[in-house]
Design a binder for this molecule. Sequence first.
Ligand SMILES: Nc1ncnc2c1ncn2[C@@H]1O[C@H](COP(=O)(O)OP(=O)(O)OP(=O)(O)O)[C@@H](O)[C@H]1O
Ligand SMILES: [Mg+2]
Length: 263
Amino acid sequence: MILVYNKFMAFVIAFAGKGGTGKTTVAGLTVRYIIEKRKMPVLAVDADSNNCLNGVLGVDVHATIGNLREESLQTIRSGAERPGGMSMEQLFDYQVQQSLIESKGFDLIVMGRPEGPGCYCAANNIIRKYTDKLSATYPYVVIDNEAGMEHLSRRTTNKVNLLLIVSDPAVRGIQTAARINGLVDELQLEIDTRVLIINRISGDEGGGLKNLAEESGLRVAGLIPQDTLIFSSDLQGKPIFQLPHDSKAVKAAFSILDSLDIP
Ligand SMILES: Nc1ncnc2c1ncn2[C@@H]1O[C@H](COP(=O)(O)OP(=O)(O)OP(=O)(O)O)[C@@H](O)[C@H]1O
Ligand SMILES: [Mg+2]
């Protein structure tokens, strides 16, 4: 994809939630939803240092921001000639462009982790800067975050239009979701809409958990059932694009997304 800086800003959808609740799966389904329903290009951002979104989307990762940084540092240390006399900043921009993984309907950028000991902040700051920068060139950005709350204070992106908090069908998942919701307030993050999705529902627990969530101040966008097709597709390393349209989870996720006023 050739990047042309346009005037519009992307609609940014980000994910948060406890570990293993289905953030990456639902992020992948969201990318598929936008491609199928909006027929517009998506920038998928894997902001989890333990990257998995590429597997869900069915693409290989040839570069991450984490190891880019290491490469650039090596260039500085070695005093090596930079291509075309580029400045460090230009070289970096160029490398970020090169590290975009292009696929049908979407591009993916992966934060990864810095090699060796070192802080993740630098990779994170770069991913934020480029997510913001690239937001001007894609109509939609979908950001898969790592589990927990730390990424909220680090801020993977500046402006989020829709934050989807994902919980498993358990009280602790809802409590984590409520804490995330509280932290968003505390940090005064720029997030237009936040909703909860309760994933992996397998019985009649949905109603009670929905009530608990609402009592905790969360807006529940919907429930996604436990779906053996998702599980086996993950087990076989197949991308979510291959899941049939009538899969229980695909249908539920799409109808939740339909209800969320995504432009
Ligand atoms: N609705 C579902 N039905 C069946 N399996 C599911 C469903 N949603 C997610 N899973 C499975 O649950 C596991 C965890 O999902 P996923 O990796 O999306 O969670 P996550 O929140 O991104 O995890 P992490 O916190 O480690 O990043 C995966 O094996 C996935 O296939
Ligand atoms: Mg994940």
